[in-house]
Write a protein that binds this ligand. Structure first.
Ligand code: LLP
Length: 447
């Protein structure tokens, strides 16, 4: 999804077997076909239908612990606030909460989900460039652990909301370090022309003002420079160095700084692009912020949940025209919008053991929505498929279901959680009745 990263070897797409080799949660079974953990995806398709999002609880746990372990090994133990926007499934949140994750939220809806998943308010950070007064009142009255404020205006709103609910809010100031995370333009957030945060140069005065504002307890600083960061950790290190300098100068002014929120954004290899490891990120944190004696926090989304999910889809038909083969799936851009929105590459792998090993030829893989942009991949290698053949989109656990819409009056797909040999529907497919309910005609038309 970033501008095509320099590839290690040649530019050929990885084979199905190469894709699975990097993803231990997925295996090909000679009879049962593609398994997520121990559950055949064909069984889920038979029982629940397609399209369907399927998440691996074991992968969520494994990746959460890998990240936590890397931070501990680098001697920068940090609170991990999972970015709920990446996957707001209550079941996913509950799995992560049970492992000790907090939450990074950006709306009252996400806050309610995090609370429903059992995450303590003290472990919830409220991020975002435009929180409403109603959202701030609700968050402060619930006792969220931190509000990341992004402007002088917002600090004023927090103060007013705190007064209205009779409480004080812990506030961190999100700064914009003006570094280029070298990711897709639509998800880079730490450059000065982006809407996020306040310029480092303006931060000392604003922090001092926040510290003197009634109802506001200025506790620290925060940064988030972008998402799907794969071009090494040098942009992180540059941002964190700027934060460390800021912390020192705030302290020189006599201001207390207890916390630093390092943001999220760690990228994953969707195709075969090199991506930094959690150890590299932890090293960048340790080398810049490690000696400040602050409580450190991170807010990853994709790195934890992206590889934990697949989107399971069935072939409606294959059509041949003008020398091209189009594989038309029952999943579409309303389900997984990332290819249309960011030119994102997702592995697309046959579920049947026979099709998995059949020879491939190029095709365009598309959905049924009436837009040319409803194209998941062009010139991708797939075997000849039949109506009803199943494919799995890999690494669909982040920004998949959470970005779905009902465009073309298509219901939201089902969501399923797999844990070992068990699976359960954690969000039933939206019914057409539910999709169509709720609309009404104005009384002057109904007559
Ligand atoms: N913290 C803040 C303040 C954020 O805005 C985000 C993501 C995160 C943390 C988590 O970032 P992550 O670790 O997941 O990269 N829809 C896009 C990604 C949008 C990211 C928005 N902010 C995509 O599908 O690639």
């Amino acid at each position: 999804m970033a501008a095509p990263a320099p590839l290690l070897h040649d530019d050929a797409d990885p084979s199905f077997a190469e894709l699975l080799a990097q993803r231990p949660q997925l295996t090909m079974h000679a009879q049962d076909g593609l398994l997520l953990e121990e559950v055949p995806l064909s069984r889920i398709a038979a029982e629940v239908g397609t399209p369907a999002w399927v998440y691996s609880a074991g992968t969520l746990r494994r990746r959460f612990h890998a990240l936590r372990g890397a931070l501990e090994d680098a001697r920068v133990p940090s609170e991990i606030h999972f970015a709920v926007k990446a996957n707001p499934s209550l079941a996913v949140l509950r799995v992560l909460a049970a492992e000790g994750a907090g939450a990074d939220i950006v709306s009252e809806g996400e806050l309610r989900l995090a609370l429903a998943a059992g995450i303590a308010p003290a472990h919830i950070v409220f991020s975002g460039v435009g929180k409403t007064m109603a959202e701030l009142r609700f968050a402060i009255s619930q006792g969220v652990g931190q509000i990341n404020a992004e402007s002088a205006e917002e600090i004023g709103m927090v103060s007013a909301a705190a007064a209205q609910v009779g409480r004080t809010a812990d506030v961190a100031l999100r700064v914009n370090p003006d570094v280029d995370a070298r990711t897709h333009a639509k998800i880079t957030t730490g450059k000065s022309e982006n809407k996020f945060g306040i310029a480092i140069a303006d931060a000392p005065a604003l922090y001092a003002k926040a510290a003197a504002t009634p109802g506001v307890n200025a506790v620290g600083v925060a940064v988030h420079i972008g998402s799907q960061i794969t071009a090494g950790v040098s942009a992180y290190a540059a941002a964190y160095r700027a934060l460390a300098d800021l912390v020192r100068s705030l302290r020189d002014q006599g201001l207390a700084v207890e916390r630093v929120d390092c943001g999220g954004g760690l990228g994953i290899p969707y195709r075969n692009e090199p991506a930094p490891t959690p150890a590299a990120l932890a090293g960048a944190i340790a080398g810049t912020l490690g000696n400040l004696g602050v409580q450190l926090m991170v807010e990853p989304g994709r790195w934890i949940c992206g590889p934990a999910g697949v989107l399971l889809a069935a072939v409606i038909l294959q059509k041949h025209t003008a020398g091209r083969r189009f594989v038309v799936l029952d999943a579409a851009m309303n389900d997984l919008v990332r290819p249309a929105m960011y030119e994102a590459w997702h592995g697309i792998v046959p579920v049947s053991p026979r099709e998995f090993v059949s020879s491939v030829s190029p095709c365009d893989i598309v959905g049924p929505v009436c837009e040319t942009g409803d194209t998941f991949a062009r010139n991708r290698g797939l075997p000849m498929l039949e109506p009803g053949s199943l494919v799995a989109f890999l690494d669909a656990g982040a920004y998949g279901a959470s970005m779905s819409s009902t465009y073309n009056a298509r219901p939201l797909a089902a969501e399923i959680l797999v844990d070992g040999a068990r699976f359960a529907v954690v969000r039933p497919r939206q019914s057409l009745d539910a999709l169509l309910a709720g609309q009404r005609l104005p009384d002057w038309m109904a007559a």
